[in-house]
Structures are given as structure tokens and as C-alpha cells.
Design a protein around this ligand. Sequence first.
Ligand code: 13P
Ligand code: ZN
Length: 273
Amino acid sequence: MDILKEDFMQGFIDIATEGYKKGWHERNGGNLSYRIKPEEAERIKGCFSYDRPFQEIGRAVPNIGGEYFLVTGSGKYFRNIEKNPSENLAVIEIDEAGEKYRVVWGLSKGGRPTSELPTHLMNHSVKKELTQGRHRIIYHSHPANIIALTFVLPLEDAAFSREIWEMITECPIVFPEGIGVVPWMVPGGCEIAEVTAKLMEKYNVVLWAHHGIFCSEEDFDSAFGLIETVEKAAEILVKVLSMSDGKRQTITAQDIRNVAVAYYVKINEDLLK
Ligand code: 13P
Ligand code: ZN
């Protein structure tokens, strides 16, 4: 048994590496977590050690009590994950009450899980409940164009969702529920985690103004593809805003409704009003 050969480990390393190549992970920017399946945890338990102490999460997340997560380390660089996964990643175990965690694998040269662990775990808790356990990935990155837009668009869910949906016809199909927006807040704590987790009740994509983006998804391809789509739409919008005083023509609210009907997705009508 080799934890590094597990499919979930390969998928995790793959999107970390591809995300770095996209320019979304300068220095230690961004973090990633995966809720390990019980059968995967069973297979790799021989690699775990239980000598590191339990730490407080900061908020209780009872519905993920007893689960294991693969997470990035705080201050670790995405650029280095592929070269050295066991130094830069950790498997953490959540206690039965969902109040504490401990590192059982990885961070071989020391360190701790990402400073955004409260946001990751609270988002996992919300999504496990709402998707009947289907969502397993929470991904945070720092893509330049979507961050740039948080300086010029109103920091409102409807304004952002509409502008981004308009930029690529497939956007309303890929994220029909839209995008949630968190105003600027101090990162790395329980306060921003609570605001983000609340928005994750409605959305799979949540923007942190002047900072970055979070998404929740079922698998690594979908998580990466979701951010790739949002960031490409943001890049087009930045180009449109740079080229003109305003759009000459665009995709209308009714066009977006028609795309949703054609592709059998339920569009978030609240954002189209
Ligand atoms: P960590 O290195 O602690 O994961 O922090 C990076 C980051 O992007 C904080 O929002
Ligand atoms: Zn960040």
C-alpha cells in the first residue's frame, strides 16, 4: 500500500500542478482539500501515525466527525507539491465530535494544515449535507482576472453572476446557481469561514473580494474546470472593459434563460431580475 499511488492523491497533485501553471498559486497562494472516502481511508491507514496532538478547529462540524481529509500545508508552495507531496500535504483526522483535528500523515518537515482550514471544513460540512455526500473537493486559488474585477464591479452576487454568465455562453450551464461574493475580510479565520459557508448553501463558487475564489465540487476535474471557466470569462470581461466604454451588444437575461432551458439546467432566477 502506497498512499502516493492512490487515485485521489494523483488527482489532487494534478490539479495543484495545473493550477500553479495557470498562475493561480503565486508563492503559497491558494489551498486545496479532499474528503477521503471511507474505503480509501481503510486502504491507506497503515501509513498513518497518531502521535501528533489534536488541535481545535474553532467551530464544530459534527457531520464530518471521524472523517479524513487530504489538505495542503500552510505556507507551502503549490509549485513544490508534485516534487514532494509528503512535505507539502497532510492527511488530517477529525475527531468524532467534529471539534478537533490532528495530522496523521504528511508535513514531514513540520508545519500545519492551511490557515484556511476553518473555511475548508465548514464548506465541506455544508456541501456534504446538501449534496448527500457527493461533493468532496474545496479549492481556493488566486486567479488574476476575477480578482481584478472585484475592484471595479459592485460586490454583489447578482452583478458578478450576470457579468460572468454573459461572457461565455456555456457559463450559465456550468454554474447555473451563480457566484456568491464576500466583501473584503481578514482571511484565515472562523469569521470569513462562516460567511463563506453560508454562501456555499446557495453557490458552488464564492469570491473573496481583492483576494481569490473558492469552489466546491464532486471531483478534481470538475473543480479545476469550474475555476478555469470562471477565470476565462473574467479574462474576457477584463478585455471588453479595457477595449471600450461599454458593451455594444451582449447576451441578454432572456438569452441566458433560453440556454438554461436548452441544456436542462435550473438557472438562479433571483440573479436575472
Ligand atoms: P495557506 O498557505 O495558509 O494555505 O494560505 C494561503 C492563502 O491563500 C490564504 O488565503
Ligand atoms: Zn488565499
